[in-house]
Design a protein around this ligand. Sequence first.
Ligand code: F6P
Length: 326
Amino acid sequence: MHNIKCVGLLTSGGDAPAMNAAIRAVTRTAIYNGMEVKGIMRGYKGLISGEIVPFRTQNVSNIIQQGGTILKTARSSEFETVEGRKIAYDNMQKEGIDALVVIGGDGSLTGARVFAAEYDIPIVGLPGTIDNDLFGTDTTIGYDTALNTIMQAVDKIRDTASSHERLFFIEVMGRNAGFLALNGAIATGCEAAIIPEIATEVDQLAELIQNGFRKSKNSSIVLVAESEITGGALGLADRVKKEYPEYDVRVTILGHIQRGGSPTASDRILASRMGEAAINALLEGQRNVMIGIDDEELVYVPFSKAIRKDKPINRDLLNTVKILSI
Ligand code: F6P
């Protein structure tokens, strides 16, 4: 039998589309099961400063379609300290919160893991990040929407790239993970994807692009994952420009546009299912796990596994990019 009476809910780290859909699902499932819900504003920061508000079903009305997070978000350095976490715990006690649902990426779940190791609190995480870099889940909340945003932006750049017969390097987010770049490249028919998981030499890249132009293509687009390893779009463009001055090169950095916007149906459904699953997990007595999705099945992934930095990427897809862009 569970004895959770009040669940605290927060979003933390970089926001992601459909975080609101997850907030709605967690809140309503908890209330449906007779629990009280408290919304913690600004992530762990708000847990420390005591920005905690009661959440009822109407607090989450009309938000499933909204980007961003109504709970706001932040990255809290204070929560990284023992003292900060002690204040956070005391505030939870004061508010009568006896379990937490944390929606966020690897930094947020790392924080949850440390907190749960220090204090006897059941915590369930939801993978909320456009990066899709959490281990143990096929996809994360916000990833599909970001991919669609990238697709729309790259399609537009293709128009101008073709008109001017240019080579574009377009940088996408992912913080050291190539999922957005690789699948974005497939979705937009890019000539290459440069991802941190696999080193690409400038020579190989130039060869690919040259082949593209030779085969009467009048534009080339390379999607680059932001990362020190890839050198980012600016770094790569500089190297290619130096070695191949004949190319008319341009760079676009898509930036935070990738994090906003109304979530896709797929993200709304994922967030709704995962939000419901988070409360069900607490009811079952689960703790310190992230909800993941594996081949359409919801699964529990221990925090220690979820935050591993080496979620495998399907390397065969690089070949797909290459073959389909001949
Ligand atoms: O983790 C999500 C993410 O969007 C990364 O892809 C990116 O590197 C980072 O957040 C940017 O963070 P900020 O909004 O703090 O600049």
